[in-house]
Write a protein that binds this ligand. Structure first.
Ligand SMILES: [Zn+2]
Length: 295
């Protein structure tokens, strides 16, 4: 998913238990993350982070209606979007009348579309975005791991990327082409049995199977190569795999490794690229697949 802001952010209040009243007791559970732009500049556009449907919204709370204790208007102006995965994305405290007229209940919305401007309407002490994700059971999850172009919501399309090495068959001269198929222009020719790393497969004219090179030079006909390494862990680990977290593993930003026990097994909820998200106690912590082992 993309970030709801089109620029770097700073979390002014993270997800989880917090001491809202300042009495030293963390007795308030914050269901979302409060985001402010790192550069402190406004106005800041708020973007839809995923395709979905507008399920609820409000645009008429005046900007002057800020501060605590406004019980019926705690959320200020807001937009709720339901995604195809059944999650609800919630954006609160938007500026008065900043939500475009195309954003209305029941309308579809595409990722990247501006849905409003950051504001401070409702129970809010300064301009910020309250950004919240709820799962299919209407339970909030920590949105921090998803504020990233790579990370998808659980249940989103599962990728099992190709990643292995091949060697060009002895005696063969292999053309690298701009795309999968002999109808694509030749970029260069290879011989001397070089080893190539393949990251994508496709069908195309002139060969049974074409492979895309990791080095970005183009595509080769795999019929004239021999595979020399098995699929890497990226391909071996799939959603629903049972895995163990290797000692010393690091999580991606937003993850909480302290909550993990190395010798226990977890289920991969989903993965994208080399990033696997383990669904344990709602933490949805992402790991590099190379830091996981199948059990
Ligand atoms: Zn908040």
């Amino acid at each position: 998913m993309i970030s709801p802001l089109n620029k770097p952010y700073r979390p002014s209040s993270p997800y989880g238990w917090r001491d809202l009243s300042g009495n030293g007791v963390k007795d308030d559970f914050h269901n979302g993350i409060d985001m402010v732009p790192q550069d402190g500049k406004h106005p800041t556009n708020i973007l839809a982070v995923a395709d979905g449907t507008i399920t609820d919204m409000r645009n008429n709370v005046p900007d002057s209606h800020t501060g605590l204790g406004v019980k019926d208007k705690v959320t200020g102006n807001y937009v709720n979007i339901r995604t195809a995965t059944g999650h609800t994305i919630i954006y609160r405290h938007l500026r008065h009348n900043s939500i475009p007229s195309t954003i209305k209940i029941g309308s579809p919305v595409k990722a990247g579309v501006i849905i409003g401007i950051m504001g401070t309407t409702g129970q809010s002490t300064g301009i910020h975005l309250h950004y919240e994700i709820r799962d299919r059971n209407n339970q909030s999850i920590n949105p921090a791991p998803y504020i990233d172009n790579d990370v998808r919501l659980p249940g989103a399309t599962i990728e099992t990327p190709v990643h292995y090495d091949v060697r060009v068959n002895a005696g063969a001269t292999l053309n690298i082409r701009g795309g999968p198929g002999t109808n694509n222009p030749i970029v260069t020719a290879l011989n001397n049995s070089p080893t190539l790393t393949i990251i994508e497969e496709a069908s195309g004219t002139g060969a049974k199977l074409w492979g895309k090179l990791q080095d970005g030079r183009g595509w080769v006909a795999l019929d004239f190569t021999t595979r020399v390494t098995p699929q890497t862990a990226v391909s071996l680990i799939k959603a629903t795999s049972r895995v163990r977290v290797k000692r010393g593993a690091k999580t991606y930003t937003g993850g909480n490794i302290a909550a993990f026990v190395y010798d226990r097994t977890y289920t991969v909820d989903f993965l994208t690229g080399n990033r696997a998200v383990l669904d344990s106690k709602g933490l949805n912590t992402p790991f590099n697949v190379n830091d996981l082992e199948l059990v």
